[in-house]
Write a protein that binds this ligand. Structure first.
Ligand SMILES: Nc1ncnc2c1ncn2[C@@H]1O[C@H](COP(=O)(O)OP(=O)(O)OP(=O)(O)O)[C@@H](O)[C@H]1O
Ligand SMILES: CC(C)(CO)[C@@H](O)C(=O)NCCC(=O)O
Length: 398
């Protein structure tokens, strides 16, 4: 479980049980469950921007993020129970106080596990469409969070200044278990233009079978120490060490992922798990980068934002995707990444409380907590390390 919480330097960690958890939203995917919850600070005045009676303000506080493997859903239920996060749902205005708590949820698991949440926690999952939530989450992060988007190529990270008046259209590529590609034209205006079944689940599933790794983090760690050239067939392997310059292929370009394995006369056990993991990561990242570029080309989009937990701030994954987009677009299109890339759906589900009890939920005066400066790149490969991240902000109902 990865649990990111706020910690403003100079201040003590908030005790969530003492503070007020106002809302919880969930994204239950094929691989991971993502939680976003909002806690208000005890020492800050609660402000109702509208000042109208009967309307509630969430006040000033912070978003917290946590995630669990979907296969360990019971751990997630226990976490919610222990932290009493479910008390931060909402009730239908007309409903009697004893009625069930409603929690906004998205992802396929909001259907699959609906009965389990009722049975174990007495929570009714109010389902929001997964694609609506991804787009709402991405738009929120891009518009409201300072230094959310960045480019990453050849080890260089550069934050991208987002011009709110020139954000659309863009291509959103969400790399979860599978991959969804959405052309985003505005708030709530989008189309799912493509997808691929070769995604994060493919990397983890195939990788587990080929290397016997016991965790995703272990597989990723291996890829850092591997050399894909041991297994991948390069252009140079085919062209006797030469480039195929006439069509723009250098000798070091991968001609065929895993292609060397056809002629090496080796068994699986003869290859190092490190090299297998590296080839696999490169194959999948490269493929996604290429399909993304082709879809951007299809609609004349220059900006591609990548989300989803597969990315997880991992340098090599981002580098491979960026190089693929750069290579295929001849430098025309740009791959950009998001710091809270795994939580787009959960944030989007959170935003949808605006449609339910809190009219026109408005996010205002957003301040990033200093602890958000914790950089995932360079930290241990699971991106968990010490980066306690949260987004501090004020939320008003108007
Ligand atoms: N600790 C982890 N355990 C499992 N997978 C992880 C882990 N960390 C990162 N991943 C990667 O993230 C992917 C899941 O990403 P994400 O949570 O965005 O998708 P999902 O919502 O589970 O899937 P989908 O949207 O397709 O239902 C996994 O398939 C894997 O590649
Ligand atoms: C099925 C979903 C949307 C579930 O999140 C995702 O895993 C996905 O986009 N898969 C790719 C499906 C396809 O377009 O081939």
């Amino acid at each position: 479980m990865d649990h990111r919480e706020a910690g403003i330097p100079g201040k003590s960690e908030p005790n969530l049980l003492d503070g007020h958890i106002s809302h919880l939203a969930l994204d239950i995917g094929g691989s991971l469950i993502k939680l976003v919850y909002f806690s208000t600070n005890d020492d800050v005045d609660v402000v109702d921007k509208a000042g109208r009676s009967g309307k509630e303000s969430l006040g000033k506080g912070r978003f917290h993020f946590a995630n669990f493997e979907t296969s360990k859903i019971n751990d997630c239920l226990e976490f919610i129970q222990t932290k009493q996060l479910h008390l931060g749902g909402c009730r239908h205005l007309e409903a009697p106080p004893t009625d069930m708590t409603i929690i906004k949820a998205t992802g396929g698991g909001s259907y699959k596990y609906a009965d389990l949440f009722i049975e174990k926690l007495g929570i009714c999952l109010d389902k929001e469409d997964e694609m609506d939530c991804l787009v709402a989450g991405a738009n929120f992060l891009l518009k409201a969070v300072h230094q959310e988007a960045f480019t990453y190529m050849h080890g260089q990270k550069e934050f991208v200044q987002i011009d709110h008046n020139d954000l659309y259209p863009y291509l959103l590529v969400n790399i979860g278990s599978g991959v969804s590609m959405l052309k985003v034209d505005g708030e709530g205006k989008f189309e799912r233009v493509s997808g691929t079944n070769v995604g994060g689940g493919t990397f983890w599933g195939l990788g587990r079978l080929l290397t016997n790794c016991k965790s995703f983090d272990e597989l990723l760690e291996l890829s850092h120490k591997g050399n894909n050239r041991v297994i991948d067939m390069l252009v140079g392997d085919i062209y006797g060490g030469m480039d195929y310059s006439k069509v723009g292929l250098s000798s070091t370009t991968i001609a065929s992922s895993f292609g060397k394995a056809i002629s090496d006369n080796k068994e699986l056990a003869d290859y190092r798990p490190e090299d297998i993991s590296r080839s696999l990561l490169r194959m999948i990242s490269n493929n996604i980068g290429q399909i993304s570029y082709l879809n951007a080309l299809r609609f004349g989009l220059k900006r591609i934002f990548f989300g989803g937990f597969f990315i997880g701030g991992h340098a090599y994954t981002m580098d491979t995707i960026s190089v693929a987009v750069h290579f295929w677009s001849k430098g025309e299109a740009k791959a950009m990444f998001l710091r809270h890339e795994g939580f787009l759906g959960a944030l989007g589900a959170f935003m949808s409380y605006g449609k339910h009890g809190f009219d026109d939920l408005m996010f205002h005066q957003l301040i990033q907590s200093a602890s958000l400066a914790g950089d995932k790149i360079g930290s241990p490969p699971n991106g968990k390390s010490s980066e306690n991240e949260s987004i501090e902000c004020s939320i008003y109902a108007s």
